[in-house]
Design a protein around this ligand. Sequence first.
Ligand code: PXL
Length: 279
Amino acid sequence: MKRIMTIQDISCVGKCSLTVALPIISAAGVEAAVLPTAVLSTHTAFSKFTFRDLTDEITPIGDTLKELNIDFDAIYTGYLGSFEQLALVEKFINDFKGSDTFVLIDPVMADNGKLYKGFTEEFAKAMAGLCARADLIVPNITEAAYMLGIPYNPDYTEDDIRELLKRLTTLGCPRAALTGISFDEGEIGVYYYDSTTDTYFKYFNDRLPVSYHGTGDTYASAALGAIMRGISIEKSLEIAVDFTLESMKETESDPEHRFYGVNFESALPFYIDKIKANI
Ligand code: PXL
């Protein structure tokens, strides 16, 4: 069985980061090992929350796993809370990345033109540095703009997106997928560029007239779970679009749960069927 190490926070309530990554990766038939970087009462979009930083645990956990010769087929990072964490996670990647280890970095820090609470433009630049260590990055356009130090432009054309993707790969990561891309109000999806083959891929599905917290984490976890089952990156990005949409549909009847994350649990059978149909 493939094993992914996922490095991100655990938020007790408000489905995101590890509480999303663990079940989705497990449903894909892949082991989810975790390195929790912080414990929060909820994610930071709630009006109040606790935040226990676990930065001091990263090095001893990494060193001990290394001494035990434990290895990972993939390393997946999400929300990271400080410059020090970025540096320690980079060291973790350097220590554990073998020739076959797939590194996925989701540079979680912003959406809809705005940085999340606690993040700065300098942090976005440092996150761009970490992205150089990835095989694939999955930013939204806000995160992409902050990492490249360019203005956020929500009125983009297809050429703009292709240009943005090329620029993202100049950060040092060979492949980039922009999530939440929409050229038509009825559709939303992913636009992907692989600089090793100079090829693009795009996939869209229905756009719902709502937005939910945690969909980026749902998307990245589902894409990586599929990739780890040997499904092509393109097909995996497509499955993740469909699964995220199904998860959102499952949440629509629960409108007050906008901040609580999507009901991806009800869509897991759909995800498992998609994986089975493609392996
Ligand atoms: O879903 C991204 C995320 C993960 N973890 C924490 C967050 C957020 C987004 O706000 O606050 C703690």
